[in-house]
Design a protein around this ligand. Structure first.
Ligand code: SOE
Length: 392
């Protein structure tokens, strides 16, 4: 039977860690979900022809190019997926939107607030011509996170009183872990703040349905020089004797106030020995609490404060039932999902939005809301006056 669905011809720029994760999403989504469009992994764009060709072969892209400007002008491309370091996001995204291509951009959407504002303006203009855009905050697409949002919206924990959000990793805890673009302010914009702090800000916005309206922040850099990388892949590499400067924060801690009035605490660090990808959020409400930790990503914990105190306790919900978000398309209950599934769900949701001509979320406006928080944390940290001296 012939496929009557419209093709969605994708060009992806970048093919390192995030590019591999996005490729997995594009390949897998049509195999497990009944998509309303037919995504085609058309062109992979990289800086070097031979490396791009090798990546395209491994990841399953039909063609390669070393010129994103030429690719975004092509009539046979519908969507541009941007998986490059942050300093290139704004230029590629704005140009692609103006060329009439839908855009998916990795988080954080930009390196600066000004870039994020420019991107949002371009997205709003493009939307009036039916051109859509989305930011890749993939953790929104973890089933347990979706369930948390549903339960908060249904009032299962009452009014949101407090949020505790942490993102703890340890891939930089070793002072000899080598430099990469993620440690270079020119390329990454910021360190733990934008790389992983952005995720917990977005998650707080998503789960509570509220925005962070004010912050008091502290940024710290513990290791100011590191070995220059001789080889690097994903988050790890080897360095030689030459050392270079680290120009971003290693840890970002901040207090926030949510639009509904609740206080929130945030901690993003790549220095928490033993914590590999502990993205945690706990929301305490007026009648109960919810807790999530990505290191146990198939679980959501719910405490109902109205339960009989003799038997009350955190209920450990295994979010693998067919009734849970996205799960009916996967494995039988208890078989569980992993990191890559968020990227597949992202493709599913994006394809559905494109087919319906509806704004996908997180929109560039949602990404801008996160960027405003990151920017405010940087300003707050630079302004030491937010610290009240103890005299001790
Ligand atoms: C590195 O800290 C990183 O790869 C982030 O950049 C990703 O967004 C996160 O999903 C995993 O950790």
């Amino acid at each position: 039977m012939s496929d009557t669905r419209a093709p969605l011809r994708v060009a992806m720029v970048g093919y390192a860690f995030m590019g591999r994760a996005h490729s997995q999403g594009w390949r897998t989504a049509p195999r497990f979900f009944d998509l309303p469009v037919d995504p085609e992994m058309a062109v992979l764009v990289g800086r070097t022809q031979s490396s791009a060709e090798e990546a395209a072969r491994t990841l399953g892209w039909a063609e390669v190019s070393t010129d994103w400007r030429e690719v975004i002008e092509r009539d046979d491309i519908d969507l541009v997926d941007i998986c490059t370091p942050g300093h290139t996001h704004a230029e590629i995204a704005v140009a692609a939107l103006r060329a009439g291509k839908h855009v998916l951009v990795e988080k954080p959407m930009a390196n600066t607030l000004a870039e994020a504002e420019e991107m949002t303006r371009a997205a709003q203009e493009a939307a009036s011509n039916g051109v859509l855009s989305m930011v890749g905050f993939t953790y929104r697409r973890v089933p347990a996170v979706q369930l948390a949002r549903q339960l908060v919206a249904e009032g299962r924990i009452g009014e949101v009183r407090q949020v505790r959000a942490q993102y703890l990793q340890d891939w930089l805890a070793d002072a000899d872990a080598p430099l990469s673009w993620r440690l270079d302010k020119e390329k990454a914009g910021s360190g733990a703040l934008g790389d992983i702090g952005a995720h917990i800000v977005d998650l707080t916005h998503f789960i509570t349905g509220q925005r962070v309206t004010g912050v008091a922040g502290m940024l710290d850099t513990f290791v100011t020089e590191r070995p220059v990388a001789e080889s690097f892949s994903g988050l790890h590499g080897t360095g030689g004797s030459e050392r270079g400067p680290v120009t971003v924060d290693d840890a970002a801690l901040f207090l926030g106030r949510l639009s509904g009035g609740a206080p929130a605490t945030f901690e993003a660090t790549r220095y928490a020995w033993g914590r590999k990808n502990a993205m945690r959020i706990e929301v305490s409400g007026s009648t109960g609490s919810l807790a999530f930790d990505f290191e146990e990503m198939n679980v959501l914990s719910l405490f109902d404060g109205t339960d009989d105190p003799r038997t009350a306790g955190f209920r450990r919900i295994l979010v693998t039932e067919p009734d849970h978000p996205y799960i009916e398309h996967w494995w039988p209950a208890g078989h569980g999902l992993g990191y890559e599934h968020g990227f597949t769900h992202q493709v599913v949701d994006l394809c559905e939005a494109v087919a319906a001509g509806e704004q996908p979320r997180p929109s560039f406006e949602d990404g801008l809301a996160v960027q405003r928080v990151l920017d405010a944390v940087e300003r707050s940290s630079a302004d030491r006056s937010v610290m009240t001296e103890t005299g001790g």
